[in-house]
Design a protein around this ligand. Structure first.
Ligand code: BJW
Ligand code: ZN
Length: 253
């Protein structure tokens, strides 16, 4: 089915030079991975402060490690879905496009996105909480699935993700802010927009006067600012809109 963008959005898409795609857990839902919040989300079954904080890791490292080992296995079994693939296709449509993701699952990269900023780290790596040494998460789990492996310095390995109360990687967040401040088209896909400072990027894009597009079956605190709101799942909504963007950027193809 051919989908057309509304005239005002088409105009903005046609003239856009700098694009930011900001994504959250919802973009990977159709790959079979859980979201955090909402019906069926991870936090319905577990409490975030018992799993995704440095305090939780100190209090019960085995429990936290086993939860991440379980999630790592699910990520390995998952594949990029049409939403990830459509985002990757946008790199051929716009001169400058940055994908800023809160996800730790690596699916945007596996789908082919190259200019990627991972705000909350990655579940595919682990690092020692004492000396900082990094290693592959799969190898660390293969060494010890029940408890975090101990480093040669005596510290423990933990997943290379950003927990509540921890700072985002400074350089990565700075680049995300710079890209957002100067973008003219901003797509917010599959995020509840509730976790800061990441959600502040939507505010930044609004202040910058970018054309804002939200893809989320549920409303978010930012929905009222959107120039276009799509309420179908990202894997359905994105391919058709990316095709429409391709048509209006390259009308002869
Ligand atoms: C679909 C769909 C489909 C479903 N298609 N859509 C300001 C105000 C209040 C609090 C704070 C503040 N600033 C900081 C804070 C504290 C805290 C915070 O934000 N708390 C709030 C929750 C209240 N922030 C932090 O602690 C951050 N650090 C920090 O501020 O450090 C300060 C500091 C500075 C200097 C030194 C030291 C400290 C860190 C935040 C880290 C977040 N980490 C997590 C876990 C990562 C590891 C892991 O994966 O386990 O990141 S929490 C979790 O939430 C994860 C996500 O990336 C993040 C965002 O969630 P996301 O992606 O939006 O998912 P959901 O589930 O919320 O939403 C999914 C959406 O998809 C839904 O809307 C669905 O409707 C939709 N959907 N199917 C499209 N098919
Ligand atoms: Zn170490």
């Amino acid at each position: 089915m051919t989908v057309e963008l509304s005239q005002p959005v088409r105009e903005r898409v046609r003239s856009a030079e700098r694009v930011v795609v900001f994504s959250g857990a919802g973009v990977s839902r159709e790959s079979g991975l859980d979201t955090f919040r909402g019906a069926g989300g991870l936090w319905e079954r577990m409490r975030p402060e018992e799993l995704a904080t440095p305090e939780a890791f100190r209090a019960d490292p085995e429990k936290v490690w086993q939860w991440y080992a379980w999630r790592y296995r699910r990520v390995c079994e998952a594949s990029p879905n049409p939403a990830h693939k459509s985002v990757a296709r946008l790199e051929a449509v716009f001169p400058i496009i940055r994908v800023v993701t809160q996800n730790v699952d690596g699916l945007h990269e596996r789908a082919g996105s190259r200019d990627l900023l991972e705000l909350h780290g990655t579940i595919t790596r682990a690092f020692c909480n004492r000396c900082g040494q990094r290693r592959d998460m799969g190898e660390a789990i293969a060494e010890s699935a029940a408890a975090p492996p101990v480093c040669s310095c005596g510290g423990r390995f933990r997943p290379a993700v950003v927990w509540f109360g921890e700072a985002l990687p400074e350089d990565v967040f700075r680049q995300a802010c710079e890209a957002t401040e100067s973008c003219d088209l901003f797509l917010s896909v599959g995020t509840s927009g509730t976790v800061y400072p990441a959600a502040g990027l939507i505010e930044l894009a609004h202040q910058a006067g970018a054309c804002l597009i939200e893809i989320n079956p549920e409303p978010t605190p930012f929905s009222r600012w959107m120039d276009l709101r799509l309420t179908s799942p990202a894997g359905e909504a994105l391919p058709a809109r990316v095709e429409a963007m391709e048509r209006c950027r390259c009308p002869t193809t």
